[in-house]
Design a protein around this ligand. Sequence first.
Ligand code: PHB
Length: 394
Amino acid sequence: MTDTVRTQVAIIGAGPAGLLLSHLLAKAGIESVVIDSRTRDEIEHTIRAGILEQGTVEILSESGASDRVRTVGNRHEGVELRFAGEGHRIDFEALVGRAVWLFPQHEALKDLIAVRLAEGQDLRFNVTAQRVEGAETDRPRVIATDAEGRPLEIEADFVVGADGSRSVARAAVSGSSTGGYFREYPFAWFGILCEAPPSSDELIYSNSPNGFALISQRSATIQRMYLQCDPDLDPNAMSDRQIWDDLQSRVDGHTLIEGPIFQRDVLRFRSFVAHELLRGRVALIGDAAHTVPPTGAKGMNLAVADVVLLNNALQALLLDDDSRLLEAFPETALKRIWKAQHFSWWMTSMLHVGPDATDFDRLRQVGELRSVVESEAGRRYLAEAYTGWPLEGR
Ligand code: PHB
């Protein structure tokens, strides 16, 4: 027997996009059901990047989705770009009067899950969506299996695929689960967590002849750092000593405080935009719609920008029977998505050393970095993009 549930908006994926959308819809009186194939524990403990744009922080805190973002998160008024043995601060506050917050994604997810459950929201873990049907009808549905493996159908007025880069909903929107514009990169990031005090108050993005390194933080006692690596690197192949020597060499002129490394992972790099974001009454948001390499720190912020637009569009559709904002959603969302794609690609290509880089490529890259840091226009462009363009629809 198939269990059938009826709701206004069925949301696949309890990541930042799906949970925030359900929270904003509920505030407007629109009911939703959110499902995710993962357990609550997996969602709350998977390590993800941590930079939130000012606009993202404003939405999370003003909507009551996360009240720890401003108290536990750390406000950063700049970043350092490092190359040729010197650091250059990009002063966000002075250049654009804005800042970013370091608050890891899984911390935001803990808050969002707690708020949704406290408000009695229908949020189901361990429920796996198989496919979405009826996109072009006014009763689209999600075909899924519940935590016990029993068939479950969610019938809704609207279905949202917020189900990440391996989206199941994508096939119903763009006709193919993989179809999209994409680019692979010949490198990845080797990420570590270590027990040590911070080596810097702000993030350091460092270009060096040995490859890129990023020095980030987590707390007074735990730090997050990354080094560019081969996508096939076995994270256990390097000793702690080798990792520290490699990191130290890549931030040439700045000494890192070392400590025991207790977590290692390899992050693949990909740029992707789905061919379609909307079909009938099914839309894609977040990583289901687009993936960016982590260098621009845009992933979660872009997901939140999609949510702001789709939230407005769904309120107009479901409360006022007005579909104009929904029809405009793909075009409006794609403008920001492609700007963020460009910024993420630009930061990546400016800072990393490709496996086939020639001396010309290396020297040109240093010329590019100098053009950015020695020009107020260059620094301002970086500051504007990094802290986030104004959010449409707010
Ligand atoms: C992180 O702290 O995990 C982080 C920060 C900035 C990035 C990517 C990751 O661009």
